[in-house]
Ligand binder design. Structure first.
Ligand code: PLP
Length: 378
């Protein structure tokens, strides 16, 4: 999708906020613990390369991504030596790329390392393939589930240890963002049982996403996979308070590109669902669901000239209409997410209105919205 450089809408990313969110968490970690910044899905919509740079400056020593292409993007942008862990499973057919870009991949089966080692021999690889073993302690997604599977895996690994590096092991908690610790504790016990089957620990042992790192203490781990909180978003929504103030980094603004008075008897938008019962001022804003303004935002109030103004009628693909309290000038700034005249709309507000979580709203902003970065430091 083309980036809309020449349009009146943008995501504004506060680099200092991202830095602070990373730095604050880094300072809470034990001295021997590292942070890999999770920059998957274009850094939750914030821009992977830019965020990776800020994270590095703030103390992150590696990165996590979801798919191989995201890892390649970082390598090609100049992150040549940091470990980059692909959290999803990578197909064996991509082994030459894994090797070429020296990416760390998540592994979930002994078969994979056996076949990778064989392919590596055939292709005369001169360095090892770096792997993290996934342990499924109760997320039910990927990973080995029993100590017997782990033991079996380590035996296979031993055979291929000249081709395959056992760089790390990790698990993922399903309920670290909830008040009730019951299932978390169940997973933690499973983790301990699985780790007991690994006599020689690899370089990295990781249990924590943002929520686990913010709200749980797990001994024996030495790397966190820090995602959503780095962007200033609370992983629990509003259920649990973070141990330090998270600073939301993303604002979303546009402007009024058309303003008119609409007579009663007319309707607004597709389906004619909003009926004008008395003459009123209506503004048009040049963003829509193709930019990540969900259709569910019908009725949501955005900030214009310091007023909360409701989106009226259905959200179109590229435009939305709003009811204005009075005639406003063309070019008046519209804030969908962010602060205007001392009033703030958060991603969390949008997420709650749309019946989802802040993560989904953040990574739902499309490439068509340009990302604009600012920092008070330069
Ligand atoms: C996305 C992801 C993370 C980061 O989670 P946050 O809640 O954003 O901190 C960590 N680990 C895995 C395996 C993930 O998929």
């Amino acid at each position: 999708m083309v980036v809309g450089r020449n349009r009146d809408a943008q995501l504004i990313i506060d680099e200092d906020a991202i830095y602070a969110n990373i730095h604050s968490e880094k300072q809470r970690l034990a001295d021997d613990s590292e942070m890999f910044m999770v920059v998957k899905a274009n850094a939750y919509g914030h821009g992977a390369v830019q965020v990776a740079q800020i994270a590095k400056e703030a103390g992150a020593t590696g990165f996590c991504v979801a798919i191989l292409d995201e890892a390649i993007q970082l390598r090609e942008a100049g992150f040549v030596s940091e470990p980059i862990l692909v959290l999803g499973l990578t197909d064996l057919s991509d082994l030459p790329l894994i090797y070429k870009y020296d990416v760390s991949v998540t592994v979930s089966s002994a078969d994979w390392i056996k076949q990778a080692a064989e392919l590596g021999r055939q292709m005369h690889f001169t360095h090892k393939i770096k792997t993290f073993l996934a342990l499924d302690t109760g997320m039910g997604r990927i990973g080995l589930q029993t100590p017997a599977e782990v033991t079996d895996y380590l035996q296979s690994l031993h055979v291929v240890k000249n081709q395959i590096e056992f760089q790390g092991v990790y698990t993922h908690f399903a309920t670290a963002d909830e008040v009730d610790d019951k299932y978390f504790d169940f997973q933690l016990q499973n983790f301990k049982d699985l780790m007991a089957a690994i006599p020689n620990k690899p370089r990295y042992v990781s249990v924590a996403n943002s929520a686990t790192s913010l709200w749980h203490h797990v001994t024996g781990a030495n790397m966190i996979r820090y995602g959503v909180a780095g962007y200033g978003l609370n992983p629990s929504g509003t259920a649990i308070e973070a141990p330090f103030t998270l600073q939301p980094a993303l604002s979303f603004t546009s402007e009024l590109i058309y303003v008119k008075k609409v007579a009663s008897g007319r309707s607004i938008g597709y389906g004619a669902t909003y009926n004008v019962d008395k003459p009123q001022w209506v503004g048009t804003i040049p963003v829509g669901y193709a930019d990540g303004v969900c259709r569910r935002m019908k009725g949501f109030k955005v900030l214009i000239d310091g007023n909360y103004c409701p989106i009226i009628g259905r959200v179109c693909m590229d435009q939305v209409m709003v009811r204005l309290p009075y005639e406003m000038k063309l070019g008046t700034k519209v804030t969908f997410v962010g602060t205007q005249a001392g009033k703030t709309i958060t991603l969390q507000d949008v997420a709650e209105y749309c019946g989802t979580i802040n993560y989904e709203i953040a990574c739902g902003f499309s490439d068509r919205l340009p990302r604009v970065y600012y920092s008070k430091k330069n």
